[in-house]
Design a protein around this ligand. Sequence first.
Ligand SMILES: [Fe+2]
Length: 228
Amino acid sequence: MKRSEINEAIKISKDLLERNNFRLPAFAYWTINEWEQNKDKIATIVRVMQGWDITDFGSGRFKEVGAVLFTIRNGDIKNNGIGTPYAEKIIILQHEKGQKIPMHCHRIKTEDIINRGGGVMCIQLFGSNQEGKLDNYVNVEVFMDGIKYCFKAGETIDIQPGCSITLSTYIYHAFWAKKGAGDLIVGEVSSINDDKTDNFFVEQARRFSSIEEDEAILHPLVNDYDKL
Ligand SMILES: [Fe+2]
């Protein structure tokens, strides 16, 4: 992705969150200079990868396959003394082209995916077979806000503002902003999240994009921290 595209996506996201009265922690708004000034305080932020995370999953089509994520809190799966024993993210998906997080599952993380407002969230579900691969036939049982539902393999569900779905490990899911329903704010509340090791995509996808530097960094991404 180009840095200019990343900066633009951050601006759109900050604006959407502002309009919905959702404020991020102070470090979300730090300039590069402020990161520099605070560099002796950010060991945990860097270690558990709190912060901006913008990716097109290697698609080259960010507005269709991509997301702006911000990890608000997280822990370290290998060291329970670092960070928190849980994680929270906010995810912004643009509705114009039905921007999507591609089909994947987690083997460690259980997550609640929540429609926090702005639009309608569509989510498609599959179970997995004994090898942990996507299963095209088995029904999927999930809880949505504490109530159990059973869906057919590949079924797509609309999730309205305020409502959520709990995804256990090995449930394959893709979700997107419904076209015409507005840009979407998604919340994620989960067990500790390790994005380097616990995302299993059905199709070839890269969790973090490589970046072409065509303008100055507005805010660093979690995958920029080693350059700070
Ligand atoms: Fe997920």
